[in-house]
Every structure is written in C-alpha cells, then in structure tokens.
Design a protein around this ligand. Structure first.
Ligand SMILES: [Zn+2]
Length: 164
C-alpha cells in the first residue's frame, strides 16, 4: 500500500480510538516507518528490490523496539501506539501484497525466520482478487481523506501545534 493509504488507515483508527495527540502521532508515524527501507534506493534498484520489506517489517523487531523505548519514556501509551501503527502496516502488507513491483511477502518473523509472510502464498485465491481488495481499500481510504478534508477535519492537523 502507498504511504497515504497507510497513513489514512492509521489516522482513521486513531480517530476512532480517540487517541490523545502524542499517541495519535506515534500511531500514524509508525504506520509509515516500516517502508523507511525505501531509502535504500540510493544503493540502486536491485538493492531496494532485494531488501525492501525485510528487517523493517519484522514483528519481532518492532516489539523489541517498543519494549526498549517504554522504560525510557516511562509510559506504555506511546510505545503501544508505535507498535500498533507498525503492526497495522505489516498486517496490511501481509494481507494484501501481491508482489507487483517488490517481493510479495515480508520478513515478519525475522530474526527467527526469513520466510516471507504473505496471505496470498497460503490460500488458493486468484491474484486478481487480492488486487481488487487492495484497490478497493485504497479507493476507500482516499475517499475518506477527501471526505474529511471537505468536512475541514484535516488528517494532517494532528501534526500542527502542541500535544494537547
Ligand atoms: Zn510495507
């Protein structure tokens, strides 16, 4: 899924959960962070194709990160929101990726396994069905963005101002 889709999904969930701004920011930011490995494009397309959706999509690493920052922040809300955002991203990738450009699966169990987690590998459904669900979800999320902007409830507002 593209960054706007990931962001909108997390933003809608955070809105529904009525999260306070710091946790809301952590949730939406973390929903984007697993794809930070796209910066490896500076080493070339082959490098990106080989390593995208590997370490940064590990459920284990995100859990360790949340457990590490929790005592530092003396709070469980932000680390939990970080974990939820990253897991949401990874879950969507596992459920809907089909490998149009990048590999389909993600290394969700790394470092225990480099097996590619991807629903499409485990159920006998035509790839076109996954793509139809994926495109429908994207259209829904883009429509939600337009709807809330039209209502003057801007999805980027949580990043403006203080942490109230
Ligand atoms: Zn991803």
């Amino acid at each position: 899924m593209d960054p706007l889709g990931h962001y909108m999904l997390a933003w809608l969930i955070g809105r529904r959960m009525k999260l306070k701004r710091p946790a809301y920011r952590a949730l939406t930011l973390a929903s984007l962070l697993p794809d930070i490995d796209a910066v490896t494009l500076i080493f070339g397309m082959d490098f990106l194709l080989k390593y995208h959706a590997t370490l940064s999509h590990s459920l284990v690493l995100w859990l360790l990160l949340a457990l590490t920052v929790s005592p530092l922040l003396r709070s469980w809300r932000i680390p939990l929101a970080l974990l939820l955002g990253a897991y949401l991203h990874i879950l969507v990738d596992i459920l809907l990726n089909t490998g149009i450009i990048f590999r389909g699966g993600v290394w969700c169990l790394w470092p225990f396994s480099e097996a590619e987690c991807l629903l499409a590998y485990h159920i006998n459904v035509p790839t076109i069905a996954f793509r139809a669900v994926y495109i429908s979800l994207e259209i829904l999320l883009y429509s939600a963005a337009i709807y809330f902007i039209w209502k003057r409830e801007y999805p980027w507002e949580i990043w403006i101002g203080g942490c109230r």
